[in-house]
Design a protein around this ligand. Structure first.
Ligand code: PLP
Length: 429
């Protein structure tokens, strides 16, 4: 199908599909958020290191809320998802010279945190339909130096957790589950983040559970939890019994050196309020995404799919593959720009593979210059993975806020795709 002669796409000055009506805003303050923040403000206790006031910290309360939500035994809140990943890697004993397998398609932090603990990220390819780590590729990348696998649940898909857990167990490797994009998703009825030795989350501004900045690491292993407590609070950990009022609750055990990666009391209080609305928001996004899947599939597009064991999907981003034959000569970035112009909503190609991403360049930071050998091992130039390359060429994505609207918003998105597909010749370079 093509557009009638003279019918221009919005990117070429035609009338956009969607007028100026704003898209749902994100983040969105939950009921009770302001009261929770005011309570912290008035309490004088803004950090978990503030003197004990006879009550649990907001951080402890959020940790209990989030662990309960996930069905995990322990939760250690952190300043960011990046901090949670670093904390998880260090808790699992990953360090100098170890190799860690990570999918080539992710946000840079999934791999830069591996560099950050002086280990070597080993990129493995993704499965072409889920965009998540391919278990066979992960297993093929294992060497005697491999210490851990970082699996990422990307956009709206869960990785093949059964297979990846089996690979990790077969080879005695730690499995770290980067669940920064999957708060509330379930696999065989269990929450994402609870399949790894440690599961990590981000509560960054963009994520489906947000405190602007923030993160958490969860585990069922009490020993890992205690290590993570130390690692995120400068080597301190909470006393078994509360101290006298006015005294610090964190003690210097000398067990393990840490860094300050603590979540503030404001962020914790906000997250407890936001968490109450997560499931309902995930439901709205899932319903709208299911309708969009059907509409786009009818047009010959292939929405991202999740692994077979997925029992409940969540949407951090909506990702869809363009029909390759029709778009061989048209860069996906140009299609994204055309959709953006039709919708007033940013539609972009998915992440570039990290070995080709401007966000990932170990040589640009002198801290990673641990000698010629190390620099050679961490050189991203030695990777070129077909499914990751193809995903970057053919998939487009947009942020989950656009799925928080109503049916008319979904219909507008589908209509924009229909127009841009029909008018694709206008985008040929
Ligand atoms: C957002 C994100 C992170 C990093 O979280 P921050 O809170 O931004 O530090 C890590 N991994 C993935 C997959 C992410 O999406």
């Amino acid at each position: 199908m093509t557009l009638a002669a003279g019918d221009r796409l919005a990117v070429h000055g035609g009338t956009p599909v969607r007028g100026t009506r704003p898209w749902p805003r994100w983040p969105r303050p939950a009921r009770g958020a302001i009261a929770a923040l005011e309570e912290v403000l008035d309490s004088g206790r803004w950090s978990i290191a503030s003197p004990y006031d006879g009550r649990p910290t907001r951080e402890q309360l959020f940790a209990a809320d989030f662990a309960g939500y996930l069905g995990s035994r322990h939760c250690v809140p952190t300043a960011s998802g990046t901090a949670a990943l670093t904390t998880a890697l260090e808790a699992c004993g990953v360090g100098a010279g170890d190799e860690v397998i990570v999918p080539a398609l992710s946000w840079a932090a999934s791999a830069s945190t591996i560099l950050g603990v002086n280990a070597v990220p080993v990129f493995a390819d993704v499965a072409p339909d889920t965009l998540c780590l391919d278990p066979a590729a992960a297993e093929a990348a294992i060497t005697p130096a491999t210490r851990a696998i970082v699996v990422v649940h990307l956009y709206s898909a869960l990785a093949d957790l059964d297979a990846l857990r089996a690979v990790a167990d077969r080879h005695g490797l730690a499995l770290i589950e980067d669940s920064a994009q999957a708060h509330g998703a379930t696999y065989r009825g269990r929450k994402a983040g609870t399949f790894g030795d440690v599961g990590t989350f981000s509560m960054h501004h963009t994520k489906v559970l947000s405190s602007g900045e923030g993160g958490a690491a969860v585990t069922d292993d009490a020993r890992l939890a205690r290590r993570m407590e130390h690692l995120r609070a400068d080597g301190r950990c909470r006393t078994a019994r509360p101290p006298a009022v006015g005294m610090p609750e964190l003690v210097e055990t000398g067990e393990l050196m840490g860094s300050n990666r603590c979540l503030s009391e404001f962020q914790s209080a906000l997250l407890s309020a936001q968490l109450k609305e997560l499931d309902a928001q995930n439901d709205v996004r899932r319903t709208n995404a299911a309708l969009l899947d059907a509409l786009l599939t009818d047009q010959g597009l292939c929405p991202q799919v999740s692994s077979a064991g997925t029992t409940r999907r969540t949407y951090f981003g909506y990702a869809v593959r363009l029909p390759e034959d029709d778009f061989r000569h048209i860069p996906s970035a140009a299609v994204g720009e055309a959709l953006t112009a039709e919708l007033g909503l940013a539609v972009r190609p998915v992440y570039r593979p990290l070995y080709a991403s401007p966000l990932y360049d170990p040589a640009s930071r002198r801290r990673f210059d641990l000698g010629r050998d190390h620099l050679k091992r961490v050189d991203p130039g030695r990777y070129d993975l077909p499914a990751s390359n193809r995903a970057a060429r053919t998939f487009l994505t947009f942020h989950h806020a656009a799925l928080l609207g109503d049916t008319s918003d979904v219909l507008a998105i589908a209509e924009a795709f229909r127009r841009v597909l029909a008018g694709r010749e206008q985008l040929a370079p």
